[in-house]
Design a protein around this ligand. Structure first.
Ligand SMILES: CC(C)CC(=O)SCCNC(=O)CCNC(=O)[C@H](O)C(C)(C)COP(=O)(O)OP(=O)(O)OC[C@H]1O[C@@H](n2cnc3c(N)ncnc32)[C@H](O)[C@@H]1OP(=O)(O)O
Ligand SMILES: O=C(O)CCC(=O)C(=O)O
Length: 329
């Protein structure tokens, strides 16, 4: 029989998952500005209107080079085993080299994810300048829900360094969508040659679409689902950015990134923030069922079959309060 410890549910609070219907994704305030909040004034009205219309906003030079250097060094230390791996961290190789024993160290790593237990990298999520902007989109009670340092490698010829077009909300079992925002900071110059972000302006006004693995001959990285049945003719904007420039974007905005055709690694650091007033939802019977299944399968392999948990528990465990009060999430 499994021990009490083994059978202990990971779920930490009572009732946070009480099955709720998938609620409306958009609120409708009287002034018509639904993707930004009135209580914060870091953006001018014109800038707010830009975000409302397009679903993204770039802030130039928001993070200092010295901070980027610290994150870069920490990434190296983690990937090269110079410090113990922080709890919960996922270290991911590109699918093209995942089974190769020859590639080692930081140049073999395509991304680290869930660095919430690493005090050095997590500084990025509590960065005052970033939080000031995050507040404009989601209000003052802010949780850091998902963290990544992406090290897009030179493409080995497989084209697998691409990140298919997708909506981030596909991965998130909490709502409302309008109170979630991503920050993505370039750690070096990014343009189309090294696979900068590409966004489809205005797509955040749509709904969450079905996602699945694209049929790419050279393979697709684990969980890199692509959006289906979107308007292929929708205009695309490639975000050319300098180190420290930060783009904030809505979780329904369709975006992705192209192949890295250079010899260098294209680094970016990112955090997804959500208002702590958001609530967990049950994704059963929705377009998110496929990602739920995959996330649970991977977590089960790591935690063991006898630990019981649900999709939302995984998010509950890694969410961290970075500003204001923790309410629901
Ligand atoms: C908003 C945001 C979420 C948007 C996004 O970023 S979407 C992408 C989200 N990405 C993730 O959640 C990260 C997913 N990655 C992972 O969980 C891990 O890196 C894993 C793919 C499970 C590999 O973990 P690892 O500890 O290396 O485990 P193993 O060495 O035992 O490998 C297990 C099996 O997975 C394979 N694998 C490793 N890396 C990749 C890859 N990049 N793509 C596809 N398959 C991969 C590996 O070859 C192994 O396969 P088998 O030997 O079991 O056949
Ligand atoms: O950094 C990239 O290449 C893509 C990142 C992205 O699309 C995401 O994190 O949702």
């Amino acid at each position: 029989m499994a021990s009490a410890k083994q059978t202990a549910r990971i779920r930490v609070i009572d009732g946070h998952l009480k099955s709720k219907p998938v609620t409306s994704l958009h609120s409708t305030p009287p002034n018509g500005l639904k993707y930004t909040v009135d209580s914060c004034h870091v953006l001018s009205m014109k800038e707010r209107e830009f975000f409302e219309e397009n679903g993204f906003f770039v802030v130039k030079g928001l993070v200092d080079q010295k901070d980027l250097d610290i994150y870069r060094e920490r990434f190296k230390q983690i990937c090269n085993g110079e410090i113990p791996k922080p709890a919960g961290l996922i270290v991911m190789k590109d699918v093209a080299i995942a089974k190769s024993e020859y590639m080692q160290g930081d140049s073999a790593i395509t991304k680290i994810q869930d660095f919430h237990s690493d005090p050095v990298l997590f500084e990025y999520c509590s960065h005052e300048g970033i939080l000031k902007y995050a507040e404009q989109f989601i209000g003052k009670d802010i949780m850091a829900m998902h963290t990544m340092l992406i090290n897009k490698p030179p493409d080995p010829g497989s084209k697998s360094s691409r990140h298919p077009l997708h909506q981030d909300l596909h991965y998130f079992p909490f709502r409302p969508a309008d109170r979630i925002v991503a920050s993505w900071t370039a750690m070096e110059h990014v343009d189309r040659r090294n696979g900068c972000l590409v966004v489809l302006p205005g797509t955040h006004k749509g709904k969450l679409l079905q996602h699945q693995y694209p049929e790419w001959e050279g393979g697709v990285n684990k969980m890199y689902h692509g959006v289906r049945d979107f308007d292929e003719n929708s205009p695309r904007v490639h975000l050319v950015m300098e180190p420290g420039d930060t783009v904030f974007f809505h979780p329904l905005l369709i975006h992705g990134s192209g192949m890295n055709t250079t010899n260098g690694f294209r680094k970016a650091i990112s955090c997804h923030y959500a208002s702590s007033h958001c609530e967990y939802i049950d994704v059963k019977g929705t377009v998110q069922e496929n990602i739920q299944k995959e996330v649970i399968e991977i977590a089960r392999r790591r935690l063991g079959d006898d630990v019981q948990f649900e999709f939302q528990d995984i998010w509950y465990m890694k969410g961290r309060l970075v500003h204001g009060e923790r309410v629901n999430l």
